[in-house]
Design a protein around this ligand. Structure first.
Ligand code: CA
Length: 224
């Protein structure tokens, strides 16, 4: 899952990036409204966290333009508590949720998860596919009832494949879900993660789809 953060406060932006990465999200951060809008046009993001008071185009105008272009990306607005009218306006022009500053990063992450859940049409917070179960809130996972010791990226890779419900995903697309623009990524990073996951789950857990990439394997859901 790839999140765009648009926030001009350097300290706050840094803190949000750290919190989101700890939540196993890939994050790209821009610091003004015009750059945010451009990033949303060029990139495929699963969610946008958007400050309202921004240089070079305020957040409200960014939302207006994104929605006018028909982009349905979920938007979580960060607004100053002293300006409650901004929140109403933000929601009315097309934001999906808001959080007043200052906020707790735990609440930010919970709202991000809820928005992603809603946008993927899921009713339950946990993800299940055959014998695999993931809890995005605690970043824990089990395979056939056995708990897994996963790295953040391994967790993110399983999560993105599960959201695909068995459809294959290209390596490039998977990589975009795991890494931000400015991160150094080895060309075989996705393959390495898949290799590790097959060792930790079982080889059939992830299928190689020739010419495309990877998909979750069709493994029976019996629990050991
Ligand atoms: Ca601001």
């Amino acid at each position: 899952m790839h999140i765009l953060l648009v926030e001009d406060d350097p300290l706050l932006g840094e803190g949000i990036c750290i919190a989101l990465r700890r939540g196993a999200f890939a994050v790209d951060w821009v610091q003004d409204g015009a750059s945010g809008l451009m990033a949303m046009r060029d990139g495929e993001f699963d969610l946008v966290v958007l400050d309202l008071g921004l240089p070079r185009m305020d957040g409200i105008e960014v939302i207006r333009q994104v929605r006018a272009a028909g982009n349905p990306v979920p938007i979580l607005v960060l607004s100053a508590r002293e300006r409650p009218s901004d929140r109403t306006l933000g929601l009315d022009v097309g934001a999906d949720d808001y959080l007043g500053k200052p906020f707790d990063t735990a609440e930010l992450l919970a709202r991000v998860r809820a928005l992603i859940r809603r946008s993927s049409g899921r009713a339950t917070p946990s993800l299940e596919a055959g014998p695999l179960r993931l809890d995005p809130a605690t970043l824990t996972a089990t395979w056939k009832g056995r708990s897994l010791d996963l790295t953040r990226r391994e967790f993110a890779l399983l999560r993105v494949l599960m959201e695909q419900r068995g459809r294959p995903m290209a390596r490039d697309t998977i990589q975009r879900h795991l890494y931000g623009w400015n991160e150094d990524v080895a060309s075989n990073a996705v393959d390495v993660h898949v290799h590790q996951l097959r060792r930790k789950l079982e080889p059939a857990a992830i299928r190689t789809v020739r010419g495309i990439g990877y998909a979750l394997g069709d493994v029976a859901g019996d629990t050991a």
